[in-house]
Design a protein around this ligand. Structure first.
Ligand code: NDP
Length: 483
C-alpha cells in the first residue's frame, strides 16, 4: 500500500531529501489511509532547485531543437512503457479509478512529450526582406520557468508545462499540489532517464508559500499556474511585480447547450463526460447544462438511468468507473454546494450522498429546476454535481451561456450544422465542442477566456508562451547619419 517516494524532491538530476521541511501526508482518497509522507521545500531546497535550473538552462537553450526533441520523445516512450505503474500511482495519488488513469493521465503526458518533442526541431524565426537590408528573427527560450500544479491531473499538468518549456529550451522548477505530490517526481525521473541533462526539470514540494517563493524569484522569467481563480489572481499579481510572462489555466463554470434535435444518448454521454469523469474534478466541465424544453424530460430520465450504471468501488479494479473525491475537504466543499442548491429551490433528482465506506466518496448528483441566479449555477463546484436548466430559443441559450465571469469551455449538441457553428462562434470560451465534450488532445489549443485564464497550453500555440522573439536587423549598405 505504501507509495513512499525515494525522496521528497527531485533537483539537479537526483532525488533530494530535507526532513526539516514541514511533513505533508499523502492520503489515498479511496480509504483515507496515509500512503506516503513528503516534506515541504525549505528555503535551502528552493534555492538548490532554482540555482540548478538557472545554471543548466543556457547550454540546453543552445542545443539544437532536434537534440532536445529526441530526449522528450524518448521520455514519451518510457512513460508509455510504464503506463501501468504510473497509472496505479496516479490512482493512489488522486483516487481516480484505474479505468481513467490508465487512459488519460500518463498517456496524455506522453502525448505532450511526443508532440512537443516532435515540434522542437521545427521552431524557427522568420526572414523579413526590406529591399536590401533585412531582418531575421530568432525564437529564443524565456529562461527559467516556474510551474505550479493543481491536484486533479498531476502527471498531465507536470507534462503539459514541462514538455513545451523544455522543447523551447527553458528549464523548469515545478511545484505539484501538496494534495498530490507523487506523480511529478516520476515525470522528473523519466525525463532524466531519457537523457535530460541535470537541472532542467526539478520538482519541489510544498504549499502555496513555496509556490510564492518561486514566482517572486528574480531568476524566474515565466510562471505557469493551473489552479483556481482566487489563486490565479494572487499568482498573476506576484508575477506582474517582476513583469514575468504568465500562463494561467484557471477554473470554469462552463455551459453545455442541448437542442431539441440532439441525439439523446450522445448528449447524455456528453453530460457524463462533462460532469462525472474524475468525479467531476475537471476544470473544463460543462456544469451548466441548458436543455431545450422539448427534450428536457428525456435527458433527465436517461441521465438518471445511466448514472445508476456508475460503478463505485476499488479504484484499482479496472471495472470501477467512479472514484472518490480527492480529499475530505473537497468533499465538504461539494456537499456545501449541494445543501445550498436545495436551500435555494433546485430539485435534487439523484445522488449527492455519502456511501457507507471509508474514504471521501460522494455519489454523482443531478439537480434540475436550476435557475441562473442560484449559487450552484454561478460558482465552480469542482465535484460530481450537474445543474440542468431549461431554455426556449437559441438566442436566449447563448446569452445565458455567456452570462458568467468564466470562459474556459462550452459545448453544443444539435443536428443543425449551421446552428452548431453559430453557437461556437458566439460562445465566450477558449475551448468549444460540437456534439462531444471534454476532449483535450495535445494538438488543439487549450485555455480560457475571461477569468478562466491567460495563454494557451498544448498545440503550436503553447510555443508562443514558452519562447520569445528577437529581431536582428542586418544593414547591407553604408550607414546614413544626419551629421
Ligand atoms: P488551487 O488554486 O487551490 O491551487 C493550485 C496550486 O497553486 C497549488 O499547487 C497550490 O498549492 C498553489 N498555490 C496556492 N496559493 C498560492 C500562492 N499564493 N502562490 C503560489 N502558489 C499557490 O487549486 P486546486 O489545487 O484546488 O485545483 C483546483 C482548481 O484548479 C479548480 O479551480 C480548477 O478549475 C483549476 N484547474 C484548472 C485547469 C485548467 O487547465 N484551466 C485544469 C485543472 C484544474 P497548495 O494547494 O499545495 O497549497
Amino acid at each position: 500500500m505504501t507509495q513512499q517516494p525515494t525522496a521528497s524532491h527531485f533537483i539537479n538530476g537526483a532525488y533530494v531529501e530535507d526532513t526539516s521541511g514541514a511533513p505533508i501526508e499523502v492520503i489515498y482518497p479511496a480509504t483515507g489511509e496515509v500512503i506516503a509522507t513528503v516534506h515541504a521545500a525549505t528555503p535551502a531546497i528552493i534555492e538548490q532547485a532554482l540555482a540548478s535550473a538557472h545554471a543548466a538552462q543556457k547550454a540546453w537553450g543552445q542545443m539544437s531543437g532536434t537534440e532536445r526533441g529526441r530526449i522528450l520523445r524518448r521520455a514519451a516512450d518510457i512513460m508509455r512503457e510504464r503506463n501501468h505503474d504510473l497509472s496505479v500511482l496516479e490512482t493512489y495519488d488522486t483516487g481516480k479509478p484505474y479505468s481513467e488513469t490508465s487512459v488519460a493521465d500518463a498517456t496524455s503526458g506522453a502525448d505532450a512529450l511526443e508532440y512537443f518533442g516532435g515540434l522542437a526541431a521545427s521552431l524557427t524565426g522568420e526572414h523579413i526582406d526590406l529591399g536590401g537590408d533585412f531582418v531575421y528573427t530568432r525564437r529564443e527560450p524565456l529562461g527559467l520557468c516556474a510551474g505550479i500544479g493543481a491536484w486533479n491531473y498531476p502527471t498531465q499538468i507536470a507534462c503539459w508545462k514541462g514538455a513545451p518549456a523544455l522543447a523551447c529550451g527553458n528549464a523548469l522548477v515545478f511545484k505539484p499540489s501538496e494534495t498530490t505530490p507523487l506523480s511529478a517526481l516520476k515525470v522528473a525521473e523519466i525525463l532524466h532517464e531519457a537523457g535530460l541533462p541535470a537541472g532542467l526539470y526539478n520538482v519541489i514540494q510544498g504549499m502555496g508559500e513555496v509556490g510564492h517563493s518561486l514566482i517572486t524569484d528574480d531568476r524566474v522569467a515565466k510562471v505557469s499556474l493551473t489552479g483556481s481563480v482566487p489563486t490565479g489572481r494572487k499568482v498573476y499579481a506576484a508575477a506582474a511585480e517582476g513583469i514575468r510572462a504568465v500562463t494561467m489555466e484557471l477554473g470554469g463554470k462552463s455551459p453545455m447547450v442541448i437542442f431539441d434535435d440532439a441525439d439523446v444518448e450522445n448528449a447524455v454521454s456528453g453530460i457524463i463526460l462533462g460532469n462525472f469523469y474524475s468525479s467531476g474534478q475537471v476544470c473544463s466541465n460543462g456544469t451548466r447544462v441548458f436543455v431545450q424544453e422539448g427534450i428536457k424530460d428525456a435527458i433527465i430520465t436517461r441521465l438518471a438511468e445511466r448514472l445508476e450504471n456508475a460503478k463505485l468501488g476499488d479504484p484499482l479494479d479496472p471495472e470501477t468507473t467512479f472514484g472518490p473525491m480527492v480529499s475530505a475537504r473537497q468533499r465538504e466543499i461539494v456537499e456545501g454546494y449541494i445543501t445550498k442548491g436545495q436551500e435555494e429551490g433546485a430539485t435534487l433528482v439523484a445522488g449527492g450522498t455519502r456511501p457507507d465506506k471509508p474514504g471521501f466518496w460522494l455519489t454523482p448528483a443531478i439537480f434540475s429546476d436550476v435557475t441562473d441566479d442560484m449559487t450552484i449555477a454561478r460558482e465552480e463546484i469542482f465535484g460530481p454535481v450537474v445543474s440542468i436548466l431549461s431554455f426556449k430559443t437559441e438566442e436566449e441559450a447563448l446569452a445565458r451561456a455567456n452570462a458568467t465571469e468564466f470562459g474556459l469551455a462550452a459545448g453544443v449538441f444539435t443536428a443543425d450544422i449551421t446552428r452548431a457553428h453559430r453557437m461556437c462562434a458566439g460562445f465566450e470560451a477558449g475551448t468549444t465542442y460540437i456534439n462531444t465534450y471534454n476532449l483535450a488532445p495535445v494538438e488543439a489549443p487549450f485555455g480560457g477566456m475571461k477569468l478562466s485564464g491567460v495563454g494557451r497550453e498544448n498545440s503550436k500555440a503553447a510555443i508562443e508562451h514558452y519562447s520569445q522573439i528577437k529581431s536582428v536587423y542586418v544593414g547591407m549598405g553604408d550607414v546614413e547619419a544626419p551629421f
